[in-house]
Design a binder for this molecule. Structure first.
Ligand code: FRU
Length: 494
């Protein structure tokens, strides 16, 4: 199929039902579909949107283009869950069906207000000359799951000094007022985050730029998201075109964060921000959205995929997924991310192992399902590697190598299956403290792998596309290595 602009922006209603049915059929039979991660029924998924707890349930929307694995005219699909782990999709969706969002219901957030869920999103509109307009629009979701768009624009255009690259509103309450952050580009082509305030959610006043770093944030900041973690404000955002001398990163665009000591709304600043850091040291995390849950936890969920890249599942008519829901913590000034405790309910069939090897490759497990959690513990002063989902010939696998002297960890997906995005390299590195014990909790689900190092001090998330015969778990070292661990099948029973 030739995905021309015309086709990508065709009205949803103009797609024949036979086309949709055939696509559903194709995707349902596709390899690499996931067992316990949120994925699109058909077509493309990108950013998580409107993550919230409302009316006794978790709500999570996501950006989607349902008609193919491309970035076409976007809408929001809706999922709910009682436990952050088992998610159900329903028919609620925010469609690009009004003059405020004719060319896409772009990313945004949600906030429970009174009896309803307030939703704020960016309406992407193009005129006849394909000039972009960026409108900030709203909607309400009732307890009966009826969606009602607010008919007028809440912010009809960017303030003076900004281009129409202006989107992804995050709404939250700060000292009794509604505050909104928006990702933007100023007329000097620099990425910024701007602040609005409102008393009633309808009338929004522009306050200015948020100061959360002294550095230049590339040409555009997408998906700004401020969340309190253990009493401190943490700002998550995606600076596009960020200079490598500000932060080294390997992906096309990074998902970054800074930690502040306090949010000062008088001078619109995050006080004493840390230097920029990568949220994830893997290959595919972007557009992370985080909220404060009613129980006080800071919860985050990421798009596992990146803009502008081609992934192997495209041939099967679908693309991308969301990460597990991760709890954020601050410990000794460092940000930790770890799957919420509810995730453990997915564990089935626990196996324990431990062993010792010297300059050899040992089979830890054979014939594993491709959806599992593997925990491996290695005491300090050892080196070795794991080869996950190795094939019978043991020449295809995802390799995670570790050196606990230097604290260096390396993920190599070059032999993990169908190659892709190789122009951005097939290896990622991360570091944990030197001369320290190491623990790895690795969540694999068919074609995604989320690696949590030292209980979330570092996270490396990636897609990989193995063949069906890749079912062995290997461990190896050129020296002497002692290890122990556990393995669980992960099953998301409906
Ligand atoms: C980030 C992003 C957002 C935008 C959305 C459109 O991936 O580009 O800035 O709102 O995706 O789907």
């Amino acid at each position: 199929k030739q995905w021309t602009t015309k086709l990508r922006y065709q009205n949803y209603g103009d797609w024949p039902t036979t086309y949709v049915a055939a696509l559903e059929q194709q995707v349902s039979k596709a390899p690499w579909r996931l067992n316990y991660h949120i994925q699109p029924t058909t077509g493309l998924l990108n950013d998580p949107n409107g993550f919230s707890f409302f009316n006794g349930e978790w709500h999570l929307f996501y950006q989607t283009y349902p008609f193919g694995p491309v970035h076409g005219v976007k809408s929001w699909a809706h999922m709910t869950s009682r436990d952050l782990v088992h998610w159900q999709k329903d028919d609620v969706s925010l469609l690009p069906d009004s003059l405020l969002d004719s060319h896409g219901v772009y990313s945004g957030s949600a906030l429970p207000v009174g009896d309803e869920l307030f939703i704020m999103y960016t309406g992407n509109v193009r005129d006849e000359n394909w000039q972009r307009q960026s409108i900030q629009a709203g909607a309400w979701l009732t307890k009966q799951k009826l969606l009602r768009k607010i008919p007028q624009a809440l912010i009809s255009q960017p303030p003076a000094g900004y281009t129409t690259e202006f989107r992804d509103p995050q709404v939250f309450v700060y000292q009794g007022e509604y505050v909104m952050l928006i990702g933007s580009q100023d007329v000097a082509q620099q990425g910024q985050v701007v602040v609005y305030e409102s008393k009633d959610l309808l009338d929004w006043q522009y306050r200015g730029q948020l100061h959360f770093t002294e550095q230049q944030m590339g040409f555009m900041v997408e998906c700004p998201n401020l969340v309190e973690v253990d009493g401190q404000p943490v700002m998550l955002f995606c600076p596009q075109g960020l200079a490598q001398n500000i932060l080294t990163y390997d992906n096309i665009y990074p998902n970054t964060y800074v930690i502040g000591t306090a949010l000062n709304m008088k001078n619109l600043s995050l006080e004493q921000p840390t230097a920029l850091q990568n949220l994830d040291d893997g290959f595919d995390v972007y557009a992370t959205q985080a909220i404060t849950a009613p129980d006080g936890r800071a919860l985050a969920v990421s798009w596992v995929g990146l803009p502008e890249l081609t992934y192997p599942s495209f041939v099967d008519g679908w693309a991308h997924c969301l990460s597990l829901v991760k709890e954020l913590r601050l410990k000794e000034g460092r940000l930790y991310q770890y799957p919420v405790v509810e995730t453990m309910a997915l564990r089935k069939h626990e196996r324990h192992f431990n062993g010792s090897l010297t300059n050899e490759t040992v089979l830890m497990s054979e014939g594993v399902s491709q959806s599992f959690e593997l925990e491996v513990n290695v005491a300090r002063h050892q080196r070795g590697a794991l080869r996950l989902l190795a094939n019978p010939a043991e020449d295809a696998y995802l390799e995670i190598s570790f050196d606990t002297f230097s604290g260096k960890i390396e993920i190599d997906r070059s032999c993990a299956g169908e190659p892709f995005a190789e122009e951005y390299g097939s290896v990622r590195q991360t570091a944990v403290p030197e001369n320290a014990d190491l623990s790895l909790n690795i969540f694999v689900d068919q074609s995604i792998c989320e690696i949590f190092i030292n209980k979330g001090l570092k996270v490396c998330t990636l897609r990989f596309f193995p063949k069906e015969d890749q079912k062995k778990l290997l461990i190896l070292s050129e020296e002497t290595l002692k290890y122990d661990g556990k393995l669980w099948d992960l099953v998301a029973l409906p």
